[in-house]
Design a protein around this ligand. Structure first.
Ligand code: ATP
Ligand code: MG
Length: 174
């Protein structure tokens, strides 16, 4: 079967990588497509989308599985273990082929910090069902993923409220 599912990468330093992926999810849900988002980094800013997901029933799943990426060496082994566990779940989700759109949110950091090998990610993506669209978000995307992608958008920061001391706003940051 010819591949119709796109590999989409949202990268860059500016805000909008994860929210653009959620925008695609919203659009896909409008067509009744089945969507899964796996969040590889746990942060206090995830809550809005997790609550919204409940309103879409079985069509939208959001799994927040990773650790907090504390960068505290005492927790590095634990962060790595959680990252591997999350990646195993992602591989299983890809193999099950139950979704039309799969979002791997902040996956790039797991590759950057060598918690998982890029080759392993590329292999899993190659083996996915031909119709499955995949979105990967995160800064510092690796060369192999860039090469494999069909669509790459780099978010560029022009201004950000944090630069002016504005605190995180509900519904905007989380
Ligand atoms: P969002 O989830 O809002 O789309 P993102 O996925 O593009 O953001 P991440 O790298 O995942 O960005 O970081 C998430 C947090 O970092 C958000 O709180 C976001 O507002 C903040 N952030 C993103 N860009 C900047 C920037 N240029 N300056 C300061 N903070 C930023
Ligand atoms: Mg993000």
């Amino acid at each position: 079967m010819p591949r119709t599912g796109l590999l989409i990468v949202n990268t860059g330093e500016g805000k909008g990588k994860t929210t653009a992926a959620l925008g695609l999810a919203f659009r896909a849900l409008g067509h009744g497509l089945r969507v899964c988002m796996i969040q590889f980094i746990k942060g206090p800013w995830n809550y809005g989308e997790q609550k919204a997901a409940q309103r879409f029933g079985d069509l939208l799943e959001i799994h927040t599985l990773g650790g907090g990426f504390t960068w505290d060496s005492a927790n590095l082994a634990e962060d790595t273990r959680l990252a591997r566990e999350a990646w195993d779940f992602a591989k299983q989700t890809i193999a099950e082929a139950r979704h039309d759109l799969l979002i791997l949110d902040e996956l790039t950091y797991l590759i950057e910090y060598r918690m998982i090998a890029e080759g392993e990610v590329l292999e899993a993506l190659r083996s996915r069902s031909p119709g499955m669209h995949v979105v990967i978000t995160g800064r510092n995307v690796s060369q192999g993923l860039l090469h494999a992608a069909d669509l790459v958008t780099e978010m560029q920061s022009v201004k950000h409220p944090f630069d002016f001391g504005v605190k995180a706003q509900r519904g905007i940051e989380y």
